[in-house]
Design a protein around this ligand. Structure first.
Ligand SMILES: [Zn+2]
Ligand SMILES: [Zn+2]
Length: 245
């Protein structure tokens, strides 16, 4: 990992493999192939994703990587998922604070495990997945290209605790888990700025989502970058930063 993205924060919430290359397994590709074809929309699965604020850090970026490998930037599924999760986050941040931060903390916490971790798809077999599909699904180049080109536009939303950095160009806004950690540690946070960031992400990811629908206006690069920022907010940035370093 480059000095630029050095991770030094002792309060970093743990996420298996978060600072390592993604090392996408055969089982994960086989599962996500079916997942992105439609099983993500099964009610129990969708509700579980809402409860858990998406995936753990590693699986959030693996999911995005596999989508980009197979979809060639047709990202309707991820934009629907993250538009919902950002809207849920905005609502959570708007919880009454007359009782202190506890209602916000409670509503921002995941209420269930990462689906892919819970199903242990990492250790599953490739099943009937052909080798060519496994090779394509394991290629993280499309994720690096997509996120790398947009970096100037999402860098302002990067969580300083995930990046292990602060200063010029780095926002004071944290990702969801680091915001939770800061609130629980009673470290002062600028809740208004966090909320503004989430409202902006909500608008932009919503615009990106509509661009995939008939008659929708073409998305701007800032809207595409907002999808990256939305994943970073929900699940943490470290696996992406490791990919880009
Ligand atoms: Zn996971
Ligand atoms: Zn963070």
């Amino acid at each position: 990992m480059s000095e630029r993205w050095r991770i030094s924060d002792q309060r970093q919430p743990s996420a298996a493999g978060a600072s390592q290359p993604l090392h996408i397994t055969d089982g994960e590709i086989n599962f996500l192939w079916s997942f992105i074809q439609g099983s993500i929309a099964i009610a129990d699965t969708w509700n579980g994703l809402m409860r858990s604020y998406g995936f753990c850090a590693r699986h959030a970026w693996i999911h995005m990587s596999v989508e980009l490998s197979f979809r060639d930037q047709y990202l309707l599924g991820p934009t629907i998922l993250y538009a919902e999760l950002i809207d849920k986050s905005v609502r959570a941040m708007s919880a009454s604070r007359t009782a202190g931060l506890q209602p916000v903390i409670r509503r921002l916490r995941a209420a269930g495990p990462c689906l892919l971790c819970a199903l242990n798809v990492k250790d599953a077999s490739a099943g009937a997945c052909p080798q060519a599909r496994l090779d394509r699904g394991r290629d993280t180049g499309p994720l690096r290209n997509f996120a790398g080109k947009l970096e100037p536009l999402w860098r302002g939303s990067l969580c300083p605790d995930c990046a292990g950095a602060s200063g010029e160009g780095i926002s004071a806004n944290r990702c969801r888990q680091h915001l939770l950690a800061a609130m629980q540690a009673r470290i002062p946070v600028d809740m208004a700025a966090q909320k503004d960031m989430l409202r902006d992400l909500s608008d932009r990811v919503g615009r990106y989502q509509k661009s995939f629908l008939a008659g929708g206006a073409e998305a701007a690069d800032r809207d595409r970058a907002a999808l990256i920022a939305a994943i970073g907010w929900c699940s943490g940035w470290q696996p992406l930063l490791a990919q880009l370093s």
